[in-house]
Write a protein that binds this ligand. Structure first.
Ligand SMILES: [Zn+2]
Ligand SMILES: [Zn+2]
Length: 227
C-alpha cells in the first residue's frame, strides 16, 4: 500500500514549512482518511472516511458543504444526509476498512480506521486518549500505525467533562508508543501540537529517539510511506 500523509498540523494556529496542512491520509491514491483541508478533494479520492466531526478533520463543517462522493462518518450529520454512518467493517473491492472506536471527545463519536489490503494492515487513529481494551483484538498485527502527535509530555492533556464525567483530550506521545508497540514495529506521528513547532529539528529527533525497539517517525506534509 502507498500511504501518503497529506497534512500534519494539529488544530493550532502555529505552523512551519512542511507542517502546514490539517489532517489527511491518502491510501493508494483512492481512500482518504480525514478531510482536514478541502483542497484534498483535488486528489479525487474514491471514498472519504472521517475519524470525528472536528473541523481540523472535517473541513466541510465550516463551509457546511460536504463532499458529494462516498462519505463515511462516525455519526449522523444533518448537513450530510447522504453520508454512511460507519457501524461495522466496510468492504471496498480488495480493501477492507475496519472502524476502531477511540476515546477523544465528549459529544462526538470518534473512530480510528484499519485499512486492510491482502495481508497488509495499517491503522490511522487521529486524535485520541485511548482505545478500550475490548477493541484490542481488532488491532491484531499492524504494519503501520499513524497516530496523534498533539502532546509530547506523558499523560498528554486529558480533562473530565463535569456534566458527563467523560474524559476528553489527547494522550501523550510516550503513552501512545507504549500502547501501540504491542501491535506494530512502525509508528508515525502526525497532528502536531505546539510542542513540535518550538524547534522542529529537535522535535523530530526527540520523536525518533523514543523507539526502544519500535521505529518512531515524525510525519511531514506530503510524506509517502510504502507498506
Ligand atoms: Zn484534531
Ligand atoms: Zn479532535
Amino acid at each position: 500500500m502507498r500511504v501518503e500523509i497529506l497534512g500534519t498540523r494539529g488544530n493550532i494556529p502555529l505552523s512551519a514549512p512542511g507542517y502546514v496542512r490539517h489532517a489527511g491520509v491518502l491510501v493508494d491514491r483512492s481512500i482518504l482518511l480525514d478531510l482536514g483541508e478541502l483542497s484534498y478533494l483535488r486528489r479525487r479520492p474514491r471514498q472519504i472516511f472521517i475519524t470525528h466531526l472536528h473541523p481540523d478533520h472535517a473541513a466541510f463543517l465550516a463551509t457546511r458543504e460536504p463532499p458529494s462522493g462516498p462519505l463515511y462518518l462516525p455519526e449522523r450529520l444533518p448537513i450530510a444526509p447522504h453520508a454512511n454512518v460507519v457501524r461495522r467493517a466496510v468492504q471496498l473491492g480488495e480493501y477492507r476498512v475496519i472502524p476502531v472506536p477511540t476515546e477523544h471527545a465528549v459529544n462526538r463519536r470518534s473512530l480510528g480506521y484499519i485499512v486492510e489490503r491482502g495481508r497488509r494492515r495499517i491503522l490511522y487513529t487521529s486524535d485520541l486518549i485511548s482505545i478500550h481494551r475490548r477493541h484490542n483484538a481488532r488491532l491484531g498485527r499492524l504494519d503501520l500505525v499513524i497516530t496523534d502527535g498533539s502532546f509530547m509530555r506523558s499523560g498528554g492533556l486529558v480533562r473530565v467533562d463535569p456534566a458527563t464525567s467523560k474524559r476528553f483530550g489527547h494522550a501523550g506521545i510516550p503513552d501512545l508508543v507504549a500502547f501501540f508497540a504491542r501491535f506494530t514495529s512502525r509508528i508515525v506521528f502526525t497532528h502536531f501540537g505546539s510542542w513540535f513547532f518550538r524547534d522542529v529539528p529537535a522535535s523530530r529527533r526527540r520523536l525518533s529517539a523514543l523507539g526502544d525497539g519500535v521505529h518512531v517517525i515524525a510525519a511531514r506534509d506530503g510524506m509517502v510511506i510504502n507498506v
